[in-house]
Write a protein of this length. Structure first.
Length: 387
């Protein structure tokens, strides 16, 4: 039904991935596979909804209609078996802003916040920018799979005020199991630690895995959890600045909304609301097709790296469209890996150490691109490292 093989020229559209290559990589001829948006066209049902609304000649002050909320409620129930209520849903212009709003709403300067590196780098700045203290519960890599150090987490929870959870995890691609999530949640309940659960990749699950919303596990866990979701990653509409923050606890919700309102950000983006509603209403088949295609791209990477005999490894993926590549067996440092990728392979990837010192020797590559692009990137990568 959908043509994910089509190569679309994105240059000169004021997009970060392509039009800012020279700033980030020092040259503009790299194939950019870093920023986490897709090189696939936004689905037609979203574009059509935007065009229909754009055809009305006035774009004045607007509000989110009941149908906007119903689309979210129905999607979450249909896709994730979680029943939520309209009153629980709060607008945010993005999940990164929501991390910062949460820091301001639920903690004070000097409070400690737990993160699990290697992890999405805005987690770190949402702590440091507001003079909070970062507690690192480092993920452990065991048999090419990342696991949680629960003993360390439980110790850190004794003094922490809040915990940033990435679920599914970016960049390592883990889909946390119900048992893992329940154990984390119960520790936080026992220690009065508020959980900010970044679930932006919740729809991007590979076959054989199932995303479980943390707050769906128990009422006690829901009562301390702020769940962050968005149509941006799911439907490739990050430029429309729309996300939904789900908070069943009324006291927490009021504190979060107070920060949003104090910054006068509650109105949102007219076209973001239109796109969100269309995506969550009509997007099931598109997402299923997308992840089947992305799964094929992971297969291309796995097959290509086979010739390295383990010198470059793909961490087995469970979710997202980003592959986490392990270059440590090459025996070279991060700057040489980066330089080789940019100047020999002409590839622009996400440099591992930005996700924390725990990611030394790793790179993240975005596979939400046509198969021909992914295959070509693998050829260039292997040649650059002499395979």
């Amino acid at each position: 039904m959908y043509d994910f093989n089509r190569i679309i020229d994105r240059q000169s559209t004021a997009n970060i991935k392509y039009d800012m290559r020279e700033k980030f990589f020092g040259k503009d001829d790299v194939t950019p596979m870093w920023v986490a948006d897709m090189d696939f066209e936004t689905p037609d049902f979203i574009r059509n909804a935007i065009v229909e609304r754009a055809n009305h000649p006035i774009y004045g002050y607007s509000f989110r209609q009941d149908s906007y909320y119903s689309s979210i409620i129905d999607w979450v129930k249909r896709r994730h078996n979680w029943e939520i209520e309209k009153d629980w849903i709060v607008y945010s212009p993005g999940i990164v802003p929501a991390l910062n709003f949460s820091t301001l709403a639920f903690t004070k300067p000097g409070d400690e916040i737990i993160v699990q590196p290697p992890v999405y780098f805005p987690f770190f700045t949402a702590i440091s920018d507001h003079n909070r203290i970062e507690l690192r519960n480092r993920l452990l890599l065991s048999n090419e799979k990342y696991v949680i150090d629960f003993d360390d987490f439980e110790e850190k929870a004794k003094t922490a005020s809040m915990f940033f959870l990435s679920s599914p995890h970016n960049p390592v691609g883990r889909v946390w199991t119900r048992d893992e999530l329940k154990k984390l949640g119960d520790i936080c309940v026992d220690n009065n630690v508020i959980i900010i659960s970044d679930e932006i990749h919740n729809d991007l699950i590979l076959p054989g895995y199932k995303h479980i919303p943390l707050a769906s596990i128990s009422e006690d866990i829901a009562n301390i959890t702020v769940t962050c979701i968005a149509p941006s990653k799911t439907f490739n509409i990050a430029g429309l600045a729309t996300s939904s923050i789900i908070i069943s606890n009324e006291e927490l919700r009021e504190k979060f909304e107070k920060v949003i309102n104090s910054l006068h950000l509650s109105m949102g983006n007219l076209f973001g609301a239109v796109a969100s509603e269309a995506g969550y209403t009509f997007g099931d088949k598109w997402v299923d097709s997308l992840m089947q295609y992305v799964g094929g791209n992971f297969d291309i990477v796995k097959s290509a790296l086979g010739v390295t005999n383990g010198a470059i490894k793909l961490i087995p993926p469970e979710a997202t469209y980003m592959a986490w590549l392990d270059f440590r067996s090459l025996g070279i440092d991060d700057e040489e890996i980066k330089d080789t990728l940019i100047n020999k392979a002409q590839l622009g990837l996400s440099h591992g150490p930005i996700f924390g010192e725990e990611a030394a020797g790793f790179q993240r590559i975005n596979l939400a691109a046509p198969k021909a692009v992914v295959a070509n990137a693998m050829e260039k990568l292997l040649a650059a490292f002499n395979f």
